[in-house]
Design a protein around this ligand. Structure first.
Ligand SMILES: Cc1cc2nc3c(=O)[nH]c(=O)nc-3n(C[C@H](O)[C@H](O)[C@H](O)COP(=O)(O)O)c2cc1C
Length: 439
């Protein structure tokens, strides 16, 4: 029996990027309040999604403020706490960087969200790409140093969660014993990056291990994900990339003594959905109509070392044109995806401007009707390329509504996704993945 898909919904909100926020129905004025995200979370919960998710950064690109909200956003963990009171089933996946925060604070915030939501908290672990100057660092530590710190960080957070176990909480009115202090133990951690005494000042609520998601798919990132994560949020612009990544991560998990399906590959899926294919194409074209070409070419240069400033728009870029990979790209994952595409397809600069590797953080993209999107998702699933997706609807609020109210029910109708929740914890949704009787 094939496992069903796991589906998450980004609250990013990707459907407001490009021209999306300018539409009359975008609701952009409400972006920094709880109701905006709550509307999406309620729709996602009505579709029985595994989780809602907020990516996050800790810096602001000033130039981007001119043209759209970008990553200017509420703190994701506080936002999830607001959603926790108003939802009952859906997982709440927040993003917290291991590069900037102290582990004790992170362990406590995530466990607080877990209590407030009744076991629905999840942690998207990122090592971050920028923002060092907001934390007293001149240069960003390189990826290897960030991953070394991340490994110690996650290990320490787990030890802190275990330091005040659920069984230690007695609240026994008869005996007057509130807790069993013998079960509450310091962690006495002295490591390369952190020294933390513990224990955590908050008990484990007893819902099982909190789901951990990781983003970043370099060699080091994959090893890290295979060791600790329940899922990887992936950038997989084509099915081959996704299938390779999934096979590789499963093998790495087994080498680390875990089951192959302990790690799930969930690519971001950028969706431009409409009632007809032509309308969907128009939506996509309108969203990218105002693209800042100079900024995109600068990002191609950062990722590949290739300067396309004076390159004719219609001249193909071949393998011979590619300089060696830059020593330290901001994200090796994204740089490698772009390189792989150039080597495979020899695109022109004009073609690059339509490609997800340049335009959409390397995410898989579908432009069409909900039924066409369901066909493609089903094909990737059947090919063993994915365990699920993170929905990143683009273009308009309408595209977001169709993702949740047409595409997901279509997948459920085909037996590829749940028809209802069987439990209330995020861990439970991830573990419940057997296919029911075909409808
Ligand atoms: C799909 C994807 C999503 C990411 N999301 C975030 C994010 O929300 N916030 C962040 O600070 N970094 C994010 N990152 C950056 C990673 O955490 C990591 O720092 C970066 O990819 C470098 O690791 P790598 O060499 O393994 O690619 C993301 C990376 C990928 C591939």
């Amino acid at each position: 029996m094939a496992a069903q898909l796991h589906i998450g919904m980004s609250l990013s909100p990707t459907w407001l990027s490009g021209e999306g926020w300018r539409r009359p129905d975008s609701g952009v004025e409400g972006l920094y309040g709880a109701d905006f995200a709550l509307d999406v979370a309620r729709r996602a919960e009505a579709a029985h999604l595994d989780f809602v998710f907020r990516p996050d950064t800790l810096y602001l690109d000033r130039a981007m403020v001119e043209t759209g909200p970008g990553f200017g956003a509420l703190d994701p963990t506080l936002l999830m706490a607001a959603l926790a009171r108003e939802t009952a089933h859906i997982g709440l996946l927040t993003t917290v960087s291991t590069t900037f925060w102290p582990p004790y604070v992170v362990a406590r915030q995530l466990q607080s969200l877990n209590w407030l939501s009744g076991g629905r908290a999840g942690w998207n672990i990122v090592t971050a790409l920028d923002g060092q100057r907001n934390f007293g660092m001149e240069a960003m530590p390189d990826a290897a140093a960030r991953y070394a710190r991340a490994e110690e960080f996650v290990d320490l957070v787990k030890k802190l969660w275990a330091s005040y176990p659920a069984e230690a909480l007695l609240a026994d009115r008869g005996t007057g014993r509130y807790g069993d202090a013998a079960l509450v133990q310091p962690v006495s951690h002295r490591g390369e990056s952190f020294a933390v005494e513990g224990p955590l000042n908050l008990p484990d609520p007893g819902y099982g291990p909190m789901p951990l998601v990781q983003a970043g798919a370099s060699e080091r990132g994959r090893d890290f994900a295979a060791a600790v994560a329940d899922a990887i949020f992936a950038s997989s612009p084509d099915r081959g990339v996704a299938a390779d990544l999934r096979a590789d991560l499963r093998a790495r998990a087994v080498r680390q003594g875990r089951a192959a399906d302990a790690i799930r590959v969930l690519p971001g899926l950028s969706l431009y959905l409409a009632g007809s294919r032509a309308e969907a194409r128009d939506l996509h074209a309108a969203t990218y109509a105002r693209v800042n070409r100079a900024r995109k070419l600068a990002s191609v240069r950062e990722m590949t070392g290739l300067d396309l400033e004076s390159w004719p728009g219609d001249r193909p870029i071949t393998a011979a044109d590619l300089p060696p990979m830059p020593a330290a790209p901001r994200s090796r994952t994204h740089a490698e995806l772009l390189r792989r595409m150039i080597l495979r397809e020899a695109p022109t600069p004009d073609e690059l401007m339509t490609r997800p590797e340049v335009m959409a953080s390397g995410h898989w993209q579908i432009v069409g009707t909900p039924a066409e999107a369901a066909d493609e998702i089903a094909a990737w699933h059947a090919a063993g390329a994915i365990d699920g997706v993170v929905l990143l609807p683009g273009g308009s609020a309408g595209s977001m509504h169709l993702s949740l109210e047409a595409l997901v029910p279509e997948l459920a109708g085909r037996g590829l996704f749940r028809q209802g929740y069987s439990g209330r914890s995020f861990r439970g949704h991830l573990e419940e993945s057997r296919k029911p009787e075909a409808a």
